[in-house]
Design a protein around this ligand. Structure first.
Ligand code: HEC
Length: 140
């Protein structure tokens, strides 16, 4: 008996456990996988119509999401206070959007705080992304 046959399955099990313990690795990198991640956290699929309404309305503060990202967010946005130009948020108009979970989480934390004075819930994130994924590019 040379290499114990148990070693390979154990290695695979360990890798799977590491990926599961590491949400960023497990989440993958496409917009569809981000939507899947938020929906699973919310325990329900995103609702595009609710996402459109959430994105385009103010929530007690000065700004909506659309204040900086535009409506529909298929064209270049403009930061409401600094005037800095923002790449389109809709994946159809910006292949980079929603491809980096760390970046997505970082901006959602910051932007939701700016708009709602709290973090967005997983359901709100799923709704917004479900809507963004229904938008067509072209406006660029
Ligand atoms: C005050 C301006 C502002 C508002 C309001 C705002 N954002 Fe943003 N958002 C930004 C900026 C700036 C970035 C970074 C863009 C860049 O560097 O190209 C960004 C990036 C993002 C990203 C990262 C996209 C990616 O994958 O690269 C997401 C997601 C996002 N915003 C969602 C939202 C949502 C949802 C709301 C409403 C709750 C919102 N934003 C409101 C300014 C804003």
């Amino acid at each position: 008996m040379t290499a114990p046959p148990l070693l390979r399955p154990m290695r695979i099990a360990l890798l799977a456990a590491a990926a599961a313990a590491h949400p960023v690795l497990a989440a993958g990198t496409s917009p569809a996988q981000q939507l899947d991640r938020f929906s699973r956290q919310a325990g329900a699929p995103g609702d595009a119509e609710r996402g459109r309404s959430f994105f385009t309305t103010r929530h007690g503060g000065e700004w909506s999401c659309a204040s900086c990202h535009g409506n529909p967010p298929t064209a270049t946005g403009r930061h409401a206070s600094t005037g800095k130009r923002l790449d389109p948020l809709a994946p159809a108009a910006n292949p980079q959007a929603f491809t980096d979970p760390v970046r997505v989480d970082k901006w959602l934390r910051r932007n939701c705080n700016d708009v709602l004075a709290r973090e967005c819930s997983p359901a709100e994130k799923a709704d917004v992304l479900a809507w963004l994924l229904t938008l067509r590019g072209a406006a660029r």
